[in-house]
Design a protein around this ligand. Structure first.
Ligand code: HEC
Length: 167
């Protein structure tokens, strides 16, 4: 199990290394497939946190403190195993800053990764739309290749969702 997870996480950060190719005009997506910025997501349920440290090969692009959040519909999905349309999952990545006294706190935001369930609009990617908001911007940056790359990995997880909620 441990090996599997290490493999997935390494895959994740390796994929993230090439993400720059998935932003910008490369293969544009339709405006009706854009996902709006998930305002006030930090008031939603906090699901878990993960730290990716400097030892990890993907640190440059994916390193820092990841906080995961879920809106009420997504929380229902964690409970029932069925994610209904309208469910939103967040992977919020901020820098992790050590202050030299053994205390580390969150720093600047690196990006907000979003998954929105809409079976109609995102039928070709398991019903999930994927988006990245860089730093503190509120406009999505992924192009179609980028979204497909997100799904190529996420489809390996049940319902395309890797994380689980521990009450
Ligand atoms: C190579 C694999 C891989 C790729 C590519 C990938 N992810 Fe993930 N993603 C993961 C893993 C593994 C987790 C769980 C991380 C954890 O538990 O700490 C995750 C978690 C998430 C979550 C929280 C919900 C969940 O599934 O646990 C969101 C939101 C998310 N990713 C968005 C994206 C977006 C947007 C992209 C594309 C830009 C992307 N991911 C690309 C592997 C990947």
């Amino acid at each position: 199990m441990r090996t599997i997870w290490t493999g997935i996480l390494l895959g994740s950060v390796t994929a993230a290394l090439g993400l720059a190719a998935y932003e910008g005009p490369g293969s544009p997506i339709n405006n009706d497939e854009r996902i709006p910025f998930p305002e006030s997501y930090r008031t939603w349920a906090h699901v878990k946190s993960t730290i990716i440290g400097p030892e990890n090969p993907g640190f440059a692009n994916n390193g820092g403190l990841h906080h995961f959040y879920a809106n009420p519909a997504a929380m229902e999905g964690y409970r029932t195993g069925k994610f209904a349309d309208g469910a939103i999952l967040i992977d919020d990545l901020v820098e992790l800053k050590a202050d030299g006294t053994g205390v580390s706190r969150e720093g600047a935001r690196r990006r907000v990764a979003v998954m929105l369930k809409d079976s109609g609009r995102f039928a070709t990617t398991g019903g999930w739309g994927f988006e990245i908001f860089k730093a503190d911007t509120k406009e999505g940056s992924l192009n179609a290749d980028g979204r497909n790359a997100c799904f190529a990995c996420h489809q390996k997880a049940e319902h395309s969702v890797f994380s689980s909620y521990r009450p």
